[in-house]
Write a protein that binds this ligand. Structure first.
Ligand code: TXA
Ligand code: MG
Length: 345
């Protein structure tokens, strides 16, 4: 058991002394959970093999799932990458700092424990003020997966991190809820064709205006690849304790079917939760309803899953959205969490 210290940092008025304390912990090989604009990350000095190993242990993360390196300046990418594709510069200029992770060939400087033995490395420059200040002050790239226990929904508040990792990490920085609520978009530009490996806030549609890029076959519902391109693809993430049923289709029919299912599950003695991108009269023990925007639905998704768990909800009925733009990322996370998907209602 580690003694976990919780440090509050106001992102609008950053106390550099607190940042220095957290940065010192990083350079000493300790674990620091910190906010980013997407989700909270569990950070360690990426160049310190022993420190990186602690991340895998604290999260119970399989050793074959590689980590993202977080940087605060573009020049750090030059050091971490073997060759810098010209398009990396283009992408960084347009999207960094921001929720885009770029996979490139790795340099010898990157320990293989970070990349799970892969010849490539994933790098991103987050835009959250506190994350940037921490990386800059530490002076090293920070390896950080999402700061949840493996298999739990990603954390969008410091409370979520405390739930999963208290007593397992040295410092948890609390700067309030994150902005986006879904993890970064991951793309592989280490070879052609460039592939989108994980959808996020930076959409395929937007990236396509900048570089030629394709959706990884595993993200297309119709085909299944023999081997996952991104090790993260093969794990069933975000599993809430309750069984999640994802429903897609016409809004009026959706409301009717959700209420009918809800009634039947309740009659069978089960507790039911509903998560919906719109407001309606739902029959549920617990409901998280959003106000019409995809952004709001995305931001609340992981929080809702944790809320249902905390109320011991047995069945989570979710109204899906169209898988375009940010909707692709939302549906990707919901499909991973779902036990069943009902389509074409
Ligand atoms: O928004 C985010 O990306 C958050 C915050 C903390 O930055 N981090 C995050 O990390 O979501 P994590 O470890 O939960 O997800 C990293 C994903 C995994 O699916 C992993 O397999 C993939 O990136 N990945 C990492 N390195 C890779 C590589 N070299 N090639 C392919 N995929 C890689
Ligand atoms: Mg994760």
């Amino acid at each position: 058991m580690v003694r976990t210290k919780i440090l509050k940092i106001n992102r609008r008025n950053i106390d550099l002394n607190i940042v220095k304390e957290a940065a010192r912990a990083i350079t000493k090989g300790k674990l620091v959970a910190f906010p980013t604009e997407t989700v909270y990350g569990l950070g360690a000095n990426a160049l310190d093999e022993a420190a990186v190993k602690k991340i895998f242990k604290a999260k119970s993360r399989p050793a074959d799932n590689p980590l993202i390196l977080h940087i605060s300046e573009f020049s750090q990418l030059r050091v971490l990458a073997k060759h810098l594709p010209r398009d990396a510069q283009l992408l960084a200029k347009k999207y960094w700092p921001g929720p885009l992770t770029i996979v490139v060939e790795k340099s010898d400087l990157v320990p293989s424990v970070v990349t799970a033995g892969l010849p490539t490395v994933a790098v991103r420059m987050p835009s959250h003020e506190v994350a940037l200040a921490l990386i800059k002050t530490a002076g090293v790239p920070i390896a950080a997966p999402s700061a949840n226990l493996s298999g739990r929904p990603s954390p969008t508040t410091a409370e979520h991190v405390i739930e999963d990792l208290y007593g397992k990490v040295d410092i948890i920085i609390d700067s309030g809820p994150t902005d986006i609520g879904l993890e970064s978009t991951v793309i592989n530009i280490s070879r052609k064709p460039y592939l989108l490996l994980r959808p996020g806030r930076i959409t395929l549609e937007s990236l396509s205006k900048c570089i030629p890029i394709k959706l990884h076959p595993a993200l297309k519902k119709t085909t299944k690849p023999k081997r996952p391109e991104s090790p993260g693809m093969k794990y069933r993430h975000y599993a809430p304790r309750g069984k999640l049923i994802l429903l897609v289709g016409d809004r009026t029919k959706l409301i009717g079917v959700i209420n009918q299912m809800s009634k039947e599950f309740k009659e069978a003695g089960l507790t039911v939760g509903v998560f919906s991108p719109f407001k309606a009269e739902f029959e549920a023990d617990r409901a998280v309803l959003c106000y019409g925007s995809k952004e709001e639905f995305a931001k609340k998704l992981f929080m809702a899953l944790r809320e249902f768990d905390s109320y011991d909800i047995d069945i989570i009925l979710v109204a899906g959205i169209s898988a375009k733009g940010l909707g692709r990322a939302v549906m990707n996370r919901l499909e991973k969490a779902a036990v069943y998907k009902v389509i074409n209602l």
